[in-house]
Ligand binder design. Structure first.
Ligand SMILES: [Zn+2]
Length: 252
């Protein structure tokens, strides 16, 4: 058992949100009860996750995608009203960390995605150093990008959209979880053979063909399932709390 303030301080110390320029507030987004015994972690503070956390008797929910984003109109209506009403009625704390959770060198989305894929980062690149660049932990190369795509599909359980750039071996791999299409040009600039992220937009197919750097989109949700449980489990162990990761299935 701990208190809300101690829990928040522990996450702030781990994830250092003050270092990031982000698209929404990081930290305690919705204040709930004072005493915390159990954390539920998840990718997104969806209604389904909140309902599952209520059923699991959580005192706090820890997510990557919270409720508040730049560009919202500030009205508490529709889906936002429904989600907030559930949190407030059940007095549950909501903690959300976006870019700080992507970036953490060991427990973040990118580090954990790398681990899941058997990749070890040797360098960082791109805006706010969110991109990871590395090689296989086991050493060696993938014979070609199709071999890498099959590897990713198998380990993430999600189809990959591949922009194939030919039969060469893939040694240096860049990755950035979620919707990091805009990091592709920086990945090309640091000399990657292939770039893995969650999503693809129209321009990236051309950049891939013209640069010879392969592009793999493996799913936004599929690429961001690993940071929240790793960080929440770490804090739960540190403070002696119960922790449960609840993955709400998502085709993205
Ligand atoms: Zn995301």
């Amino acid at each position: 058992m701990t208190d809300r303030h101690t829990l928040l301080r522990a996450f702030e110390a781990l994830l250092q949100p003050e270092r990031f320029k982000d698209y929404g507030p990081n930290g305690l987004q919705v204040e709930g009860r004072e005493q915390v015994k159990k954390i539920v972690s998840g990718v997104t503070a969806s209604r389904a996750l909140i309902e599952a956390a209520i059923a699991a008797q959580a005192d706090a929910i820890f997510v990557h995608h919270g409720l508040f984003w730049r560009g919202q109109d500030g009205c508490v209506t529709g889906w936002l009203k429904q989600r907030l009403a559930l949190l407030l009625a059940h007095d549950i704390n909501l903690l959300a960390y976006h870019l700080p959770l992507d970036a953490h060198p060991d427990l973040g989305n990118n580090a954990q995605l790398g681990l899941q894929l058997g990749l070890q980062a040797q360098a960082r690149f791109g805006e706010q150093d969110l991109g990871f660049l590395g090689t296989r932990i086991a050493g060696g190369s993938f014979v070609d990008v199709n071999a890498l795509a099959r590897h990713v599909e198998q380990l993430l359980g999600h189809a990959v959209t591949l922009v194939d750039t030919g039969g060469r071996a893939i040694t240096k791999i860049a990755w950035c979880s979620g919707g990091a299409q805009s990091y592709f040009e920086a990945a090309i600039a640091v000399g990657a053979d292939a770039f893995i992220t969650g999503e693809i937009s129209e321009p990236q197919a051309h950049y891939a063909r013209e640069s010879g750097v392969a592009y793999l989109a493996c799913g936004h949700h599929a690429s961001e399932r690993y940071g929240a449980p790793a960080a929440a489990a770490h804090i739960a162990a540190q403070l002696g709390l119960a922790h449960e990761f609840i993955d709400i299935d998502n085709p993205a």
